[in-house]
Design a protein around this ligand. Structure first.
Ligand code: NAP
Length: 466
């Protein structure tokens, strides 16, 4: 199977002196660490991708000559700005805003905004870097970016969130646009925040530019299924993985970490497909509900009333809430980490394996530590990395952009079918690429190499401007 099109021969062994691919990758990684001190999450994300790309470099040595890896690891543009805003008591606050425009070889920069107190440049860069490959895997025309702020929306009034979003957009608007850079939501940024951001963009530019942000409300340019997309897409991906083994989700016991956007719609889709999710969590604790998590109740608590997960047991007395509990100790067939990065340690992975977990699919970005990934792979767990398994969100953002461009609104079934097809295609690409590169069943290598080759081809075609 040829990955690169035959019209574009790039293999020139013997023309360029070609150092050992492993050495090349190690040199590139050492340089990334040197140039980006202290950004440990970014180092981790780069390390994981580069580890797979040894195989690609061995097959296509010219990529080395064109310095594709070095170019990929250096963002095209990084914007850091001050966000000053006033709370309801008239107190002034200063936060830091970020937008890292990583790679635009495949289309306008695309990637979410995260509002969380842990945000700093290293987190935004890891997310932006991952986004390049994820967006490539969708097959749509989207570059990679990410942004956000160390602002914490938790406990803030709607008016405070609005004032923060307006101040954030007052700087960001000059860097974005439907053909330039299209942000969306992520942790702490949902439809409410996108509404405030879009309103301020419209006011500043005097343009109703629907395609400048995705995740909009369905009444004002949003796409049906965008809210559900990441969770639904994740479960569609798992369906495909299980199908390869002649299995399905029917009757499987699952746990889903988090209780936010990705977690809620993962749980909903698992239940629709006959599985049972018995636990979910937030940063304060874990809910265990043996009869299966009550999704309408969860939506009411988290999406409507914006309450904490511990209140779940007020309405489901048979459920058990454990403050600061560890969700990965609960036995399951399938685990869906859907909260945040590095939430599954090596010890957690070993516990999951010991308790019989056979499938792990990442709704969150990089939720498993490198040690955890190693343990899953050695134990033969079907392990789906986030950049493939959670790509349904950004893919549906791409569908939202298409609808905005043509001023159409597709019905729920149409978008859902397109999402399912995209997830099936991503699974096929990842699976077949892993086979073609001699690592069958390794979804990490398959996803990294397949995403990388699409971006690399575009960068090569554009010369040193790519
Ligand atoms: P969200 O709606 O804000 O929900 C995040 C959930 O994770 C909340 O329950 C939150 O609990 C929990 N959480 C966040 N940070 C945590 C931490 N440090 N420790 C423990 N729990 C934590 O965000 P989301 O959109 O669902 O995103 C979840 C993950 O999916 C992120 O990794 C994100 O990058 C990834 N993702 C999202 C999308 C998307 O379309 N939204 C697409 C692809 C990937 P608290 O309420 O207690 O903070």
């Amino acid at each position: 199977m040829s990955i690169l099109p035959s019209t574009q021969p790039i293999t020139t062994i013997g023309v360029h002196a070609y150092p050992d691919a492993q050495d090349v990758v190690e040199d590139v990684y050492a340089e990334v660490v040197r140039r980006n001190p202290g950004e440990v999450e970014f180092h981790q994300a780069v390390h994981e991708v580069l580890s797979s790309l040894v195989l690609a470099l061995e097959r296509y040595p010219d990529l080395r000559h064109e310095r594709i890896l070095e170019r990929l690891c250096e963002p095209e543009r990084q914007i850091i700005f001050r966000v000053t805003w006033e709370d309801d008591r008239g107190q002034v606050h200063v936060n830091r805003g970020f937008r890292v425009e990583f790679n635009s070889a495949l289309g306008p920069y695309k990637g979410g905004l995260r509002f969380h107190p842990s945000v700093y440049l290293g987190i935004i860069k890891f997310l932006g870097f991952e986004q390049i490959f994820k967006n490539a895997l969708t097959g749509l025309g989207m570059g990679g970016a990410k942004g956000g702020s160390d602002f914490d929306p938790k406990g803030k009034s709607d008016r405070e969130v609005m004032r923060f979003c307006q101040s954030f957009m007052t700087e960001l608007y000059r860097h974005i646009g439907e053909h330039t850079d299209v942000p969306a939501g992520d942790i702490g940024v949902g439809t409410r925040e996108i509404g405030y951001l879009f309103g301020q963009y419209k006011r500043l530019t005097n343009r109703y530019e629907s395609g400048v942000l995705t995740g909009k409300g369905v009444d004002w340019g949003g796409s049906l299924v965008r809210t559900e997309a990441t969770g639904y897409g994740l479960v569609y991906f798992v369906e495909e993985m299980l199908k390869m083994r002649g299995e399905s989700l029917e009757g499987k016991t699952c746990v889903v970490s988090g209780a936010g956007n990705v977690a809620i719609y993962t749980i909903e889709k698992v239940h629709q497909l006959g599985g049972k999710v018995v636990a979910c969590s937030d940063s304060d604790g874990v809910v265990f509900d043996e009869q299966g998590i009550d999704v309408p109740l969860l939506k009411q608590l988290k999406e409507v009333e914006r309450r904490r997960l511990k209140d779940y047991t007020q309405y489901r007395p048979q459920a058990k809430y454990t403050p600061k509990g560890n969700i990965w100790k609960i036995p399951c067939d399938v685990a869906f980490p859907c909260a945040t990065q590095n939430e599954i340690s090596g010890e957690d992975a070993a516990t999951l394996v010991r308790n019989g977990c056979r499938v792990v699919a990442e709704g969150a970005n990089m939720p498993t530590t490198p040690e955890g990934v190693r343990i899953f792979q050695e134990a033969g767990v079907l392990y789906a990395p986030g950049k493939a398994a959670n790509a349904g969100g950004v893919a549906t953002s791409g569908l939202e952009m298409s609808q905005n461009a043509s001023r159409e609104q597709w019905d729920f079934e149409t978008v859902d079918q397109k999402l399912r097809k995209i997830m099936q295609n991503i699974h096929y690409q990842v699976y077949t690429t892993a086979e073609a590169f001699g690592v069958p069943g390794n979804y990490v290598h398959g996803a990294n190499i397949a995403g990388f080759l699409r971006v690399a081809r575009a960068m090569l075609a554009m010369g040193l401007a790519g």
